[in-house]
Design a protein around this ligand. Structure first.
Ligand code: SF4
Length: 349
């Protein structure tokens, strides 16, 4: 029997105490649904969706800031498509665009700085939202703008880092399914520290069906032994040291700051902001944005979904007033969001 078949059998036959495993990463949530892995799990294995979708954990304030830049400061907003439809307190960027604002969808951060170079008469702002995986490419935009003397480009940042989130979420789960792409950058020493100092267990997982099945089976075996554990089940990509060059790039341009995560609240040192020497590329400073306190739709339960306190299907708006075509919350908009995963693949159970 292959390792994948063995993993399948273990996951469907498991009959021990109920266990909870948090898929931290939104891509894992989607792949697990899409591959039909949830259907074959024993009812004793509960998968919980976690806070690893960067668009989902970005609070309404950020969208409000982007809308203000677009409508009141006359900036051209460049962003990945997901963020355009995320509701702010009153408007989304799609609403701002309908009101005449310039909002351009780009497919890579470098497209944004290229756009600024080609349009020197526009003030171009890129919405920099992501975890350790994507932050290095956003730092490269600043490097490119500095090197090429591009003055009409800046970042509105809401980048976040995972270490604080793991600690904040540790009570919600028995073990984490660690996101392989984050740990490809930061390495695995953090996971070992979480195991040794906090008793937090987890497996670092890849993204193919076989990698996910084997990683989940390792979680079940590890939890059955009753001792904190960490296993790197994605060694073809994740190493102990990660990518020191990418980490160095992050530290060169960005510094840790406290950050608010939707549903979880403020986590000390879990955000990243441009260092003072790059203030000319910080849209908040460049355009003197005031502090904005955003308001989420009170009926939306994204905050609880992101903490594993309920599933998307517990939300009364799910599939009715909130669908991918007409999203009421970020978790339904984002291609990594738990609500969109439940809507697309999980309505049958
Ligand atoms: S279904 Fe929609 S409204 Fe409900 S929690 Fe998810 S995103 Fe929010």
């Amino acid at each position: 029997m292959s390792a994948t078949e063995e993993a399948k059998q273990l996951l469907s036959d498991y009959d021990g105490p109920a266990i909870h495993i948090m898929e931290v990463c939104g891509t894992h949530t989607h792949e697990i649904f899409k591959d039909g892995i949830r259907q074959l799990l024993s009812p004793k294995i509960n998968l919980i969706s976690g806070p690893g979708c960067p668009v989902c954990v970005t609070p309404a304030d950020f969208i409000d800031e982007a809308v203000m830049l677009a409508l009141e400061k006359n900036c051209t907003i460049t962003t990945f498509g997901d963020l355009v439809r995320v509701p702010g307190s009153e408007k989304s960027l799609a609403d701002a665009r309908a009101g005449g604002a310039k909002v351009k969808v780009v497919y890579a951060p470098s497209d944004a700085v290229d756009y600024a170079k080609k349009h020197p008469d526009e003030d171009v702002v890129f919405l920099s939202v992501g975890f350790e995986t994507t932050v290095p490419s956003e730092c490269l935009t600043v490097q490119q703008a500095v090197e090429q003397g591009i003055k009409n480009f800046s970042l509105l940042t809401a980048n976040k880092t995972m270490p604080g989130a793991y600690l904040a979420m540790r009570e919600a789960t028995d073990a984490f399914l660690y996101p392989g792409h984050v740990h490809a950058i930061i390495g695995t020493s953090l996971c070992e520290k979480l195991r040794d100092e906090y008793g937090i267990s987890g497996v670092c997982a890849g993204f193919t069906p076989s990698e996910l099945l084997i990683a989940l089976a390792l979680e079940v075996r590890g939890l059955s032994k009753g001792k904190p554990f960490f296993i790197n089940a994605y060694p073809r990509v994740v190493t102990h040291e990660g990518s020191p060059k990418a980490v160095e790039l992050i530290h060169k341009y960005l510094k840790p700051v406290d950050a608010v995560w939707r549903g979880i609240g403020e986590i000390k040192g879990s955000g990243l902001a441009l260092r003072d020497e790059y203030a000319d590329f910080d849209a908040r400073k460049k355009y003197s944005l005031p502090h904005i306190t955003g308001r989420d739709n009170p009926a939306c339960r994204c905050g609880e979904v992101l903490q594993g306190r309920c599933t998307s299907k517990d939300c009364p708006l799910f599939g009715k007033a909130c669908t991918p075509e007409h999203p009421a919350g970020a978790c339904m908009v984002s291609s990594e969001g738990a609500c969109s995963a439940y809507y697309l693949y999980g309505r049958g159970f």
